[in-house]
Design a binder for this molecule. Structure first.
Ligand code: ADP
Ligand code: MG
Length: 237
């Protein structure tokens, strides 16, 4: 049974109050669940990077995000933290099925971010799965995929499950993340992403993060982003 949130501000942060966290420098200054704070502490994350500082007050307030910051700037935590917090706030439990889908363009990147998710999310009770194809037995995966709360996947493998897995169910999806969004929205993945997104509920939170700002209005329209917050963090030169 998911426990009750034990910090008062978590339920209170909303569109109007995000600005009060805008100046925060450390994760501890944000209204995060104790489970996430413990995961960050155990993983030795204390100070936020620029993209985390700029985006978390908005993403935690429930807004869609279009985030751009160079490679190595800490984009992974900028979406993993709000995914964990969103499901926690919704009292997401094992029976609730898929609450978040995180899409990454390559197996390597998906595997890396899955490790970060496991590390920072380890005090939460969510189940998470890495669906990336390759040698892993897809039939085995099909039996378990409906029991997972957070899916970390490559586009091809996710679509394979949507097409082939009996009762694959994501109608309750709360958060969609496209990591390296510019690469995922590139022509090569266009058909796959269109097929995926057409099967997802539109009422959800969506995060797009990449090294360069995704500007294509068409892309954003087909992803049904709602009044997204554009956040670009550039290096001081
Ligand atoms: P990006 O996705 O923007 O390329 P990553 O999320 O992969 O960047 O992070 C790059 C590196 O920075 C990783 O080694 C990660 O552990 C580290 N990192 C991320 N956020 C923080 C932080 N707040 N404090 C310290 N190190 C961090
Ligand atoms: Mg990354």
């Amino acid at each position: 049974v998911p426990s009750l949130p034990n910090s008062a501000p978590i339920g209170k942060i909303d569109e109007n109050t995000y600005s009060q966290y805008a100046g925060s420098k450390k994760f501890n200054q944000l209204p995060l669940s104790q489970k996430t704070k413990d995961g960050l502490r155990d993983s030795k994350y204390t100070k936020m990077t620029d993209i985390q500082r700029a985006s978390l007050p908005h993403s935690l307030a429930g807004r869609d995000i279009l985030g751009a910051a160079k490679t190595g700037s800490g984009k992974t935590l900028a979406f993993i933290i709000p995914v964990l917090e969103k499901l926690y706030k919704q009292r997401w439990g094992p029976q609730d099925g898929v609450g978040s889908i995180i899409i990454s363009p390559t197996r390597e990147l998906a595997s890396q971010l899955f490790e970060v998710l496991k590390s920072v999310g380890k005090h939460h009770g969510f189940s998470a799965g890495l669906l990336i194809g390759g040698r892993k037995d897809v039939d085995m995966e099909k039996e378990h995929v409906n029991d997972l709360n957070i899916l970390v996947c490559t586009p091809g493998r996710l679509l394979q499950h949507m097409d082939e897995t009996p009762n694959f169910e994501c109608s309750q999806l709360q958060v969609l993340v496209l990591d390296e969004a510019d690469r995922i929205l590139d022509v090569g993945f266009k058909k796959v992403i269109n097929a995926i997104v057409s099967q997802l509920p539109k009422h959800r939170q969506t995060f797009l993060f990449s090294a360069t700002q995704t500007k294509s209005v068409q892309d954003l329209a087909r992803l049904s982003l709602k009044d997204p917050e554009y956040i670009s963090v550039h290096e001081e030169s």
